[in-house]
Design a protein around this ligand. Structure first.
Ligand code: WTA
Length: 704
């Protein structure tokens, strides 16, 4: 770091210039029916009313015992919400709707193959299925309150059923995204200390039935290597009665859920009344180190927060058909496919497959057939659908009243296509900024009450007060045109409780940087550091620039550079590895790996392929690098640190900046000539980058 001073820009020094976008106003038809249409709501959630304002969200739930303290700050930054309250999340998402909506669809599940029938699962059926699976977990697996159970499930109804069954028992679920590798799943099993793995034999992806059970075997083996034993693997079958995997069932360890469930028919499991502060689930995410972090979310605060934000920001009404086109394996799916919408008693669409299968008209056919009114997706999907089928949406007779974008910055141009073509100019859009750690939205416009501005998420949401600080903790003023680190000044009910098993890292990563006084029990002294760079316009709207902590956001998936690098280093021939982001038309960012080989090893295509394979094995296919460059040496500081910003600049054809402080400045030109010549040959020269993108590349790796 010391050797770097002078060349390294802090976020706060970066002046960001872009064209101010024009406002778009919500359609009158939307305003007339919105859940939040009276500006008095801003008053109700004003800072003077904090934290009691969040009673409004908690009151959307059914409590077994009311809480006595809204926010307990006695042990900062381990905030406690709704202390003294008791409730059950499964009861709130299922049982309480039976009286009025027993026969309403909770989920409409759309299989990827169009030849397979769409399935509606009513609240009544969901109730039965959740109870029966809860009974199986309790009586066959012996899990108890507070135990952890890991899932490695794709986008099938069995996933929410499994989640709600755990919630019913007070058991903590930990879903690992279905696209992650067996090894990645095994690491998460070991970290969470769960002894049960719930998986599925196969699922459809691009028309192909994937052998998913094979990954369970790898996961169990990896967990065992890490000293963790898995007692039972519960295997749901994509087609009950028919096993789709080639991997053999291990006697005494592996069981077909559909077989076992016969013994639990009609069994009813009383929902366990849990303290508001009991953990509901873990969701692993990437950060600055190789080890993934298990974000622990609470029961009462989390559920209240996702219910309230689903109501006001997703504008869900009982008669809406809501489709969040995300994977439940990510936080978006937990909060805005499962817990928020079900808590409100909504009908939610769940789709198994990829967006453009078998053609880019598919999402719009689903929307037309099911009468979807609210559509929620990520910029990467929007970009892909725009590229593959720019003229498809008008061919279908659907009408959205509301659309969401989440997970990455959206280019104004892509936003406009979403608004004009996908939304047919009839829908309001919310651009929701938040993170796995946050439980629910942090930045967004309130759809009927604030105009939209393409590329900006908007101000902080109700009861959330963001601020931008520079490196020294001084406030970067709105309208200054300067960027800095976006932080949240106050706690909110959806904030995660800790990193599972690593409370010190929780404090250090998220609170240490801007804590004013470690002794203080006043929340005002403990701003939450989000790890994103941002700029605030004069109107108070935030524009999120991206991560400041060595996380590369690929198609909305957070990949840690350290994880990618340690996966590459599992290849015997590799001496050093560095991961950098490269601008990608569809995925936002893609990963490029730079590796150097050990002495005496000759670079070859085979080694590149080994690195790619290692990354797929350790993390998953989603992390496969766009390019792997074998270089003679990495550009390094005199203290031996790899200068990621220099290679990032080479990959993106931007200025490498001052390299005179490097220990080996000579390698920079060699690498540049080699890499850029190859890229030109492959037609991979990026479009002209925006000033913000150039700054992002310049600043890459500064977190070290
Ligand atoms: C980025 C996803 C710009 C951001 C819910 C954040 C966004 C990271 C937006 C979290 C948005 C998320 N505009 N950037 N609307 N939403 N991000 O944990 O960098 O998978 O820190 O949570 O995605 O990703 P995560």
């Amino acid at each position: 770091m010391a050797a770097e001073q002078g060349t390294q820009l802090s976020e706060a020094q970066i002046a960001v210039h872009w064209r101010e976008e024009n406002y778009y106003h919500p359609p009158a038809k939307f305003i007339g029916q919105a859940n939040a249409a009276d500006p008095a709501i801003f008053e109700r959630f004003s800072e003077q009313r904090f934290p009691e304002c969040f009673k409004e969200y908690a009151d959307l739930l059914t409590w077994d015992a009311y809480w006595h303290t809204t926010l307990d700050t006695s042990n900062p930054p381990f905030w406690k919400w709704f202390v003294g309250g008791r409730l059950n999340a499964s009861y709130n998402c299922v049982d309480r709707h039976l009286a009025t909506s027993r026969n309403k669809a909770a989920f409409i599940w759309v299989p990827e193959l169009e030849t397979e029938e769409t399935k509606a699962i009513t609240y009544q059926e969901l109730y039965r299925r959740v109870n029966e699976f809860a009974a199986l977990l309790r009586d066959f697996c012996g899990v108890r309150v507070g135990d952890r159970v890991t899932f490695h499930l794709p986008m099938v109804p069995e996933l929410p059923v499994s989640m709600l069954a755990c919630a019913r028992l007070g058991v903590v679920h930990s879903e690992v995204f279905g696209g992650f590798s067996g090894v990645a799943c095994g690491e998460r099993i070991a970290d969470s200390g769960s002894h049960i793995l719930v998986t599925m034999d196969g699922y459809y992806r691009n028309g192909e039935l994937i052998d998913h059970k094979a990954r369970a075997d790898e996961a169990v083996a990896k967990a065992r290597d890490l000293g963790a034993g898995v007692d039972k693997v519960l295997v749901w079958r994509r087609h009950p009665g028919q096993y789709a995997s080639r991997s053999p069932m291990v006697p005494g360890r592996d069981f077909f859920v559909d077989d076992l469930l016969r013994d639990y028919r009609r069994t009813v499991v009383e929902p366990v009344s849990m303290p508001a502060e009991a953990p509901l689930f873990l969701m692993y995410t990437s950060g600055t180190t190789a080890r993934p972090k298990g974000c622990q979310h609470s029961t009462g605060g989390y559920l209240a927060y996702v219910t309230g934000t689903s109501k006001y920001y997703q504008d869900i009404h009982p008669e809406d058909t809501y489709w969040c086109f995300a994977d439940i394996g990510w936080i978006t799916g937990h909060s805005y496919i499962v817990y928020g919408p079900l808590s409100l008693g909504t009908t939610s669409v769940m789709y198994e497959g990829v967006p453009a299968y078998p053609d880019p008209g598919r999402p719009w056919r689903i929307a037309e057939r099911l009468g979807v009114t609210i559509f929620h997706t990520a910029p990467t999907t929007i970009r892909m659908l725009r590229k593959l089928g720019p003229d498809e949406p008008p061919k279908y007779d659907y009408h959205f009243k509301h659309m969401t974008t989440v997970g990455e910055p959206i280019e104004p141009d892509v936003w406009r296509w979403y608004h004009d073509v996908v939304g047919k100019g009839e829908a309001v859009i919310v651009d929701t900024w938040w993170q796995t750690e946050n439980g629910g939205f942090l930045g967004s416009t309130l759809p009927a009450l604030k105009p939209m501005k393409p590329g900006s998420c908007g101000p902080g949401v109700l009861g959330v007060y963001p601020v931008i600080y520079d490196e020294n903790g001084a406030v970067v003023e709105a309208g200054s045109g300067r960027a800095g680190n976006i932080c949240i000044r106050n706690p909110w009910p959806g904030i995660f409780q800790t990193i599972w098993g690593q409370p010190e890292r929780f404090v250090q990563i998220y609170y240490e940087k801007y804590c004013r006084n470690k002794q203080s029990k006043d929340w005002r002294d403990w701003p939450y550091f989000a790890g994103d760079g941002a700029v605030q316009a004069a109107d108070g709207y935030f524009r999120i620039l991206g991560r400041v902590d060595d996380v590369i956001n690929v198609a909305g998936h957070r990949l840690g550079t350290k994880e990618l690098e340690s996966a590459s280093l599992t290849v015997e021939e590799i001496a050093e590895a560095a991961a950098v982001p490269v601008m990608d038309e569809l995925r936002g960012r893609a990963v490029e790996m730079y590796v150097s080989v050990k002495p005496g090893v000759a670079p070859s295509r085979a080694i590149e392929e080994k690195v790619a394979k290692a990354i797929e094995t350790e993390i998953g296919k989603i992390a496969r690098p766009k390019n792997i460059w074998i270089v003679p040496d990495m550009p390094k500081t005199r203290s031996g640190k790899i200068m990621r910003r220099v290679i990032a600049a080479i990959s993106n054809f931007t200025d490498v900046g001052d390299t005179t402080t490097l220990a080996n400045p000579g390698v920079v030109d060699d690498i540049r000539h080699h890499v850029q010549a190859e890229k030109v040959g492959r037609g991979e020269v990026p479009r002209k980058l925006s000033p913000q993108e150039i700054e992002e590349i310049k600043a890459f790796g500064r977190a070290e």
